[in-house]
Write a protein that binds this ligand. Structure first.
Ligand code: G16
Length: 540
C-alpha cells in the first residue's frame, strides 16, 4: 500500500559541487531526506516507471536508515528494481559502474565524500544519471526548484529489508536485489590493468583506506587478487564515523601514511582514498606526487596499461588543476580540455569520446571506464606503470619533469570562513577584474584576469562564474574560488601555480617556489583583511 505523506518545503536543499551535503542533524529533521529524494523522483517522473535504480553509500552514519527510506520511496515511485550494495555499501566509482552495467535509469549515492562522518558530522545525497555520472546542472537545478514547491512524498508501507544478505526480496511491486558491492568493480579493474605484471613486479605498498568505503575493495583487489602482503591495507573496515578521522586523503589528514613514506622503512608505493572511494593520494618512497602531476604522469604513461594501449582521445582537467596535463596532451598531439570544478563536467566529454582521462587538483583522477573519479583506478594505473617500467615513483616524476617541465602547485584552503566575508572578498575581486591587467604585485605583473566561464563543446551549455583567474606574465597564476562541498560557513580556495621549463629549477621546495605568488594573491584579494586569517588552515 502506498502512503502519501504531507510535507512542507525546506529552503536550503540546493545541491552543491557534488550533491546535497549537510550536517547529519539537518538531515535528521522531519521529512528532510524524504523531501529531497521525492524531489529527485518527481524530476524523473516520466522515465522512472519500470526502471532500475542503484542505491548505495559510503557506510557513514545515517547510511542504512536513509537507504531503507529510499527503497520504500522507490517502490512507491514505481521503479521495477532497486540494486543495493550489501550492507548499504557502494563506493562512488563502483556505483557508477553498476548503474552502467545494469542499464539503470540512475542511482542514489549517499555520501559526503571526504567530509567527516558521525552524529555531529556530515551526510549527503547525490543523484547520478544513466551514464553513471553525477546529474548535470539542468537536472540538479530542476531538483532544487522542486524542493521549494514539494508538498507530498510517497512511500510503500513496508518493513526494512535485510541489507546484509545477498539475494532478491520484494517491496510492494518492486524487486530489491542486494549485491556484493566489490566483485563487479574488481572484475572491471582486471580488464583494464595487467594484474600479472603487477604481481610479478613484487612491489611493496601501504594503502590507507581511512576507515572508509575503499577498505573492502582494496583488500579484495590488492591483497586478494594482486597478492600484496596481508596488512598492506590499513584502516580497511568502513566505520560510520571513519574512526573519528577526516577521510580526506591529503598531507594533513593522511599524515601517518606520509610519515611512513618519508621514513627509512618506506615501501615502494603509498596511497590513500577518501570517504566514498573516488579520491586518491599518491606518495612514492620519499616522493609526494601532487594530484595535478599525477594526472599528467598517468596520462603520459597510460598506454602501458592494457585498457589504454590504444592511446588516449583527449585529456580533461578542471580549471584550477595545474596545466601539467596540457603539456602531455600537446606532446601526444591530442586535445586538452579545461572544465569547471566538478566531475559532472567531464561526463559529456567522456560520453562523446572526446576525452579518455580526466583529473582534478582535488585528488580526483579517472577515465572513461566509469563516469566518476576513481581512487583505486588511479592506484592500479600507477602500479601498472611502475611494474612495467621498473622505475620508482621518484624516478618517474623526475623523468617526467625533465621532459615536460614542472608545474609547481599548491592549494591554500581557508576553512569555516564567515560566508558574508568570503562573498565580499570574491565580489571585490570580480569588481576589479577589468582594471587588473598591468598591475604590478612585487616582482609579478598581472597579464590577464577573468572569471572563468565554460561552454560545453558537446551541447553548448554555458557555466559562468566558475572562479577568478589571475594570470601573471611568465605563466604563473593564482585562482580564487569558494568551495561547493563544505557544510559550515565558506571555504576559500586559493590555487597557486608556477611553471618551470625542463631547463629550469626542477628540484626546489614547492613552498619556496610559490611564496611570491602566495604573497601576491594575499595582497590582491585582501585575504587577511576580509577573513581575519593570517594563514591557510590546510595546504595541499
Ligand atoms: C567533489 C567533486 C569534484 C570537486 C570536489 C571539490 O568531489 O566531485 O569534482 O573537485 O568536489 O569541490 P569544491 O572545491 O567545490 O569543494 P568529492 O570527492 O567531494 O565528491
Amino acid at each position: 500500500m502506498i502512503r502519501a505523506v504531507p510535507t512542507i518545503p525546506y529552503s536550503d536543499q540546493r545541491p552543491g559541487t557534488s550533491g546535497l551535503r549537510k550536517k547529519v542533524r539537518v538531515f535528521q529533521q522531519p521529512n528532510y531526506a524524504e523531501n529531497f529524494i521525492q524531489s529527485i523522483f518527481d524530476v524523473i517522473e516520466r522515465e522512472r516507471a519500470g526502471a532500475t535504480l542503484v542505491i548505495g553509500g559510503d557506510g557513514r552514519f545515517l547510511n542504512r536508515e536513509v537507504i531503507q527510506i529510499a527503497i520504500r520511496m522507490a517502490a512507491a515511485a514505481t521503479f521495477a528494481r532497486v540494486v543495493v550494495g550489501q550492507g548499504g555499501i557502494l563506493s562512488t566509482p563502483a556505483a557508477s559502474h553498476l548503474i552502467r552495467r545494469r542499464g539503470a535509469l540512475g542511482g542514489l549515492i549517499l555520501s559526503a565524500s571526504h567530509n567527516p562522518g558521525g552524529p555531529d558530522e556530515d551526510f549527503g545525497i547525490k543523484y547520478n544519471v544513466a551514464n553513471g555520472g553525477p546529474a548535470p546542472d539542468a537536472i540538479t537545478d530542476a531538483i532544487y526548484a522542486r524542493t521549494k514547491a514539494i508538498d507530498t512524498w510517497y512511500m510503500e508501507e513496508a518493513a526494512d529489508i535485510d541489507l546484509d544478505t545477498i539475494g532478491v526480496v520484494q517491496v510492494g511491486g518492486m524487486s530489491v536485489e542486494v549485491v556484493d558491492p566489490v566483485s563487479d568493480y574488481a572484475d572491471l579493474m582486471e580488464t583494464l590493468f595487467d594484474f600479472d605484471a603487477i604481481r610479478t613486479a613484487k612491489l611493496t605498498m601501504a594503502f590507507d583506506a581511512m576507515s572508509a568505503v575503499t577498505g573492502p575493495y582494496a583488500t579484495e583487489i590488492l591483497e586478494g587478487r594482486l597478492g600484496f602482503a596481508p596488512g598492506t591495507v590499513r584502516n580497511g573496515t568502513p566505520l560510520p564515523d571513519f574512526g573519528g578521522h577526516h577521510p580526506d586523503p591529503n598531507l594533513v589528514h593522511a599524515r601517518a601514511l606520509y610519515d611512513t613514506m618519508m621514513g627509512p622503512e618506506a615501501p615502494d608505493f603509498g596511497a590513500a582514498s577518501d570517504g566514498d572511494g573516488d579520491r586518491n593520494l599518491i606518495i612514492g618512497r620519499g616522493r609526494f606526487v601532487t594530484p595535478s602531476d599525477s594526472l599528467a604522469m598517468l596520462a603520459a604513461n597510460a598506454h602501458l596499461a592494457p585498457g589504454y594501449a590504444g592511446g588516449l582521445k583527449g585529456i580533461a582537467r578542471s580549471m584550477p588543476t595545474s596545466a601539467a596535463a596540457d603539456c602531455v596532451a600537446a606532446a601526444l598531439g591530442i586535445p586538452a580540455y579545461e572544465t569547471p570544478t566538478g566531475w559532472k563536467f567531464f561526463g559529456n566529454l567522456l560520453d562523446a569520446g572526446m576525452a579518455t582521462i580526466c583529473g582534478e587538483e582535488s585528488a580526483g583522477t579517472g577515465s572513461n571506464h566509469v563516469r566518476e573519479k576513481d581512487g583505486l583506478w588511479a592506484v592500479l594505473l600507477w602500479l601498472n606503470i611502475l611494474a612495467v617500467t621498473g622505475k620508482s615513483v621518484d624516478a618517474l616524476a623526475r623523468d617526467h619533469w625533465a621532459r615536460f617541465g614542472r608545474n609547481y602547485y599548491a592549494r591554500h584552503d581557508y576553512e569555516g570562513v564567515d560566508s558574508v566575508a568570503a562573498d565580499a572578498l570574491m565580489c571585490d575581486l570580480r569588481d576589479r577584474l577589468q582594471s587588473l591587467p598591468g598591475t604590478a604585485l612585487g616582482a609579478l605583473t598581472i597579464a590577464q584576469a577573468d572569471d572563468f566561464a565554460y561552454t560545453d563543446p558537446t551541447d553548448g551549455s554555458i557555466s559562468a562564474n566558475q572562479g577568478v583567474r589571475i594570470l601573471f606574465e611568465g605563466g604563473s597564476r593564482a585562482v580564487f574560488r569558494l568551495s561547493g562541498t563544505g557544510t559550515s560557513g565558506a571555504t576559500l580556495r586559493v590555487y597557486l601555480e608556477r611553471y618551470e621549463p625542463a631547463t629550469g629549477n626542477l628540484d626546489a621546495d614547492t613552498g619556496a617556489m610559490l611564496a611570491e605568488i602566495a604573497q601576491a594573491a594575499d595582497d590582491l584579494a585582501g585575504i587577511r583583511r576580509h577573513t581575519g586569517r593570517a594563514a591557510p588552515d590546510v595546504i595541499t
